[in-house]
Design a protein around this ligand. Structure first.
Ligand SMILES: Nc1ncnc2c1ncn2[C@@H]1O[C@H](COP(=O)(O)OP(=O)(O)OP(=O)(O)O)[C@@H](O)[C@H]1O
Length: 601
């Protein structure tokens, strides 16, 4: 059905159409609704549907046409409202003769947040459109003096400021053009740009792509020394740009190849599926071949759903928990604090953290299996405990975890200067967790302060297992580029085969975060950071003279670019620096009640 919304012709599918259309209803349900301008009118019960670009209000779930449709691009803000208990407000952009806001009330807190999250996520995606009518207006050339002419002003400024990266782009265009191709095609998600004063901090940007299988550097490693964790033949990490260029070119070729034959895409995370999930799923395709990562087959959405359905509880957990407030937002979903209802003391302590994931909006659904599998199997005092998982109406996945009531290490680093004894305690506990994973041939691949959580007893635990990979054995190596750029080991960036020691590099970067508040190159964009890590190798501390010899030695053991000489987690646990660790109680003063505050949503 075509209708006119504020002068614009829009196609509004009927409710029946919506239900059957692939792009149809994202979320629907009964709500109580009120237009803000008609405060004197009572709340009315309506059927609300959210599609990818609009919200429609129906008299009932049987109605065929909507009473009101609002395009998501016309929504200015989604916010909590205090008009009723579980209520949110859609503030609309101001148009004449239109209500300025709608108040929507639902039956529980979780529902409220999920509606808000689903709407907000789609408002964002509706705001970004492709370029319109692009024109090629910039023509850069070189004049008779060898100088660039025709550069845009911003580029001239960059060059005059001596930006190595800008010069690299001009002088080595191939490598940098290929690098930027990764950023557009293969950045899986970027999240949480946080402003601190004038500096924009990229809190956590995940880059992953697949599958650089036979990079020249990786091929040369086939003949290299293969101790348990070594991945390179070279003892020097003065990576020449050509090596990086070659690796990037090679990756480009492989990506081209992979688009030609879908089977050539590697999905190495799926090796985790040799665990309990797959046992229950007889029809799961073989996902791993020890010698050839290219033979991995991607699970379809349906298969992932089948595995989830057969492995976890498909019932409504709202009888077990009452959601209190949102703790934070991750790339795959929101994390909530919830109280366990009185008669379910199976969950100790009364409070749990619930990660709520909208299954259908995940681009990499198999990573959800990763996360649950590793958490479920990894009982250890330094790994956040998995308690349960629920699948609600085949749409929402709830992962119930132990609640870490003092937030993440990032929160602490941003508020306090840690002394070396405290750094040693955090390293010791994180190392124990890493060793536990490595002993089971699991690589975490995303160790950083955001993924180290703390509780008020001063316990320190690793979380976020979405990017884990399992090695078939200690000598097995992976090649997929996964992780958060600033914390990524050079061998991952250079697409060499890598093993568990990539987590040790990331631990080293996390130590720099503890000493300097942020990882090296955080001021740079992620692509440049990758380039710098590969080019520079071991980063230098800003003020090494302020750091003790033991800590420097520990740090060097983590940040050795030659993986043969980089320590294992077990070796680090014997390092003299860790003997200086303060007692966990000494961390408690840092962990005041104000560290974790409910966010205003
Ligand atoms: N068990 C927990 N206890 C307390 N807070 C938690 C817990 N798990 C996560 N959080 C908080 O919730 C927020 C989001 O966590 P999440 O793990 O979803 O984030 P992410 O790692 O950024 O995203 P993703 O895993 O989707 O890539 C973080 O700020 C984290 O501090």
């Amino acid at each position: 059905m075509l209708i006119t919304v504020r002068g614009e012709v829009v196609e509004i599918p009927s409710l029946a159409d919506l239900k059957h259309s692939a792009k149809g209803v994202v979320r629907e349900g009964w709500v109580m609704l009120k237009e803000e301008k008609t405060k004197y009118l009572p709340w009315t019960k309506k059927w609300l549907t959210l599609s990818h670009n609009s919200i429609s209000i129906y008299k009932s779930n049987k109605s065929d046409s909507a009473q009101l449709t609002i395009l998501l691009k016309d929504i200015e803000k989604v916010e909590r409202s205090k008009s009723r208990t579980f209520c949110f407000r859609l503030k609309l952009k101001i148009y004449q003769s239109t209500s300025q806001a709608l108040e929507i009330s639902v039956s529980n807190n979780m529902d409220c947040y999920e509606w808000m999250d689903s709407i907000s996520a789609r408002i964002l995606s509706n705001k970004v459109s492709g370029p319109m009518d692009p024109k090629h207006e910039i023509h850069v050339g070189i004049d008779s003096n060898g100088k660039y002419v025709g550069l845009p002003k911003e580029w001239s400024i960059l060059l005059n400021n001596g930006s190595v990266y800008a010069k690299d782009i001009l002088e080595k265009p191939k490598s940098t053009i290929q690098a930027s191709n990764h950023s557009s095609e293969e950045f899986c998600h970027q999240r949480d740009y946080i402003k601190f004063g004038s500096q924009i901090k990229l809190k956590a940007s995940i880059i992953r792509y697949s599958p650089p299988v036979f990079s020249p550097s990786a091929m040369s490693n086939e003949a290299s020394i293969h101790d348990s964790d070594c991945t390179t033949t070279s003892s020097s990490y003065d990576v020449d740009e050509d090596q990086l260029t070659l690796a990037l070119q090679n990756d480009k070729k492989i990506n081209k190849r992979s688009s030609e034959t879908s089977h050539s895409r590697s999905f190495d995370d799926l090796s985790l599926m040799d665990s309990s999930f797959c046992e229950k799923q007889q029809s799961t395709p073989s996902v791993h071949n020890k010698n050839d990562e290219t033979s991995n087959v991607k699970l379809t959405e349906k298969q992932v759903m089948e595995i989830l359905k057969s492995s976890i509880i498909s019932k409504d957990p709202s009888t077990l928990f009452s959601v209190k407030h949102k703790l934070g937002q991750g790339a795959s979903g929101s994390v909530y604090l919830a109280k366990v209802k009185a008669d379910h003391q199976f969950y100790k302590n009364g409070l749990v953290a619930i990660k709520s994931i909208d299954f259908h909006s995940q681009s990499r659904k198999e990573l959800l299996l990763n996360e649950i599998t590793v958490m479920r199997e990894s009982f250890h005092p330094n790994i956040v405990s998995f308690l349960d998982a629920f699948l609600i109406k085949e749409r929402h996945l709830w992962v119930v975890m132990e609640y870490m009531d003092a937030g993440s290490l990032t929160d602490i680093i941003q508020r306090h200067k840690l002394n070396e004894e405290q750094v040693a305690r955090i390293c010791l506990e994180t190392c124990k967790g890493i060793q536990h994973l490595h002993a089971r041939n699991v690589i975490h691949r995303d160790i950083k302060s955001d993924n180290v959580l703390i509780n008020k007893e001063g316990q320190i635990k690793i979380t976020d297992f979405g990017f884990c990979a399992r090695l078939m054995d200690r000598s097995h190596k992976r090649v997929t580029m996964v992780g958060t750029p600033y914390w990524m080991a050079p061998e991952i960036i250079k697409q060499q085969k890598y093993g568990t020691k990539v987590d040790i590099w990331s631990l080293g970067i996390m130590i720099i975060e503890m000493l300097e508040n942020e990882p090296p190159y955080l001021g740079e964009d992620p692509m440049k950071a990758l380039y710098m890590i590969a080019k520079t190798g071991t980063p230098s501390l800003k003020k090494p003279e302020l750091v003790s010899k033991e800590l420097l030695s520990f740090l060097n053991s983590c940040l050795n670019t030659d993986t043969v000489f980089r320590a294992t987690a077990a070796e680090l646990l014997n390092h003299s620096f860790l003997r200086r660790a303060c007692s966990p109680k000494t961390l408690i003063p840092f962990i005041s009640a104000d560290v974790v505050k409910p966010r205003n949503h």
